[in-house]
Design a binder for this molecule. Structure first.
Ligand code: FAD
Length: 278
């Protein structure tokens, strides 16, 4: 058993329960009114992975962070009840209109600010693979880029070993074991077991716990051009429910630039309706 002091921060998002949500066919947006909000399930898997690390190494500190309106405090309290030690809500009207890249920028700056304020360094940033309302799966990888950390996506399990993390990654037709140096970003997918239930005692404690709010004025060197509507060049052309397609294309290649070119051509063909793939 390792007793190295590990600090992990898990990014969690409050989402509408998509089992109960519809898409407005006129405006092409989600009809959110009256739909209950929940913790994004993939973020629960990420938190459970961190909790398992803490079971193995009790010197692990688990922080949770969410960017959202004040109501998002509810999911942070849920995380405190499950396994987290400290919770942060990044909230400010000036963040509205942020697309995924702006969101990842704000989260990366807030994470760095918590490091400064707490006098710690996070060994790993955990995210869900995707949020069930947007299903873009962009924020985790974008965070890795903003922070300049290595990343592994679609993780099922993670263990601490000799100053690195060893993960099992879910791939299309197999599972792969691999190591990653610290600090890093990991995104988590659905494992075979559900996350733990909170105990009654933890639930009571979480209700009274302090959730620190971080506003724009609490973050040093925030570039105002990179946040909110100004920092969000993404234009949403269409919003639709993903049809579960089994048609899959594997792009295998060791040259990163070539992979990007090939994926770009596939997406370009698909956007013109000239591809067999969604
Ligand atoms: P994914 O990339 O699928 O999420 C992956 C993982 O990243 C999650 O599992 C979680 O671990 C982490 N993560 C994602 N979002 C957060 C978060 N907020 N806090 C902590 N962790 C997170 N949304 C608004 O609420 N208000 C707006 O005004 C707004 N304006 C937008 C404008 C544009 C042009 C666009 C394109 C989007 C806008 N959004 C807005 C949506 C917002 O950008 C996304 O909800 C957000 O960036 C997360 O993207 P996603 O849902 O695709 O998450």
């Amino acid at each position: 058993e390792s007793d190295r002091n590990m600090n992990i921060i898990v990014c969690v998002k409050q989402v509408p329960d998509t089992e109960r949500i519809e898409i407005d066919s006129v405006t092409n947006t989600l009809k959110r009114e009256g739909v209950p909000s929940i913790l994004n399930p993939y973020d629960g898997y990420a938190l459970e992975a961190a909790a398992k690390m803490k079971d193995e190494n009790p010197s692990t500190n688990i922080y949770v962070i969410s960017m959202g309106p004040p109501q998002a405090e509810a999911v942070l309290r849920e995380c405190l009840a499950m396994a987290a030690d400290k919770a942060y809500l990044v909230t400010d009207k000036l963040f509205s209109g942020s697309d995924t890249y702006a969101t990842s920028y704000i989260l990366s700056k807030a994470i760095k600010q918590i490091e400064l304020d707490e006098g710690i360094v996070f060994d790993a940033v955990f995210c869900g693979k995707q949020a069930i309302d947007g299903e873009t799966a962009q924020v985790g990888p974008e965070l890795a880029e903003q922070m300049n950390y290595p990343q592994i996506t679609s993780c099922l399990e993670v263990v601490e070993k000799n100053d690195e993390l060893q993960v099992i990654q879910e791939q299309l037709d197999c599972r792969k074991r691999m190591g990653i140096s610290l600090p890093c970003v990991l995104t988590f997918t659905k494992p075979s077991k559900d996350p733990r239930f909170p105990t009654f005692k933890r639930k009571l404690e979480a209700r009274k716990a302090n959730v620190r709010h971080i506003s724009i004025s609490d973050i040093e060197d925030m570039n105002m051009q990179k946040i909110g509507v100004k920092g969000s060049p993404t234009r949403v052309r269409r919003c639709y429910a993903i049809s579960k397609s089994k048609k899959t294309q594997l792009v295998e290649c060791s040259d990163l630039d070539e992979i990007v070119d090939r994926i770009y051509s596939i997406i370009e063909l698909a956007s013109k309706g000239e591809s067999n793939y969604d």
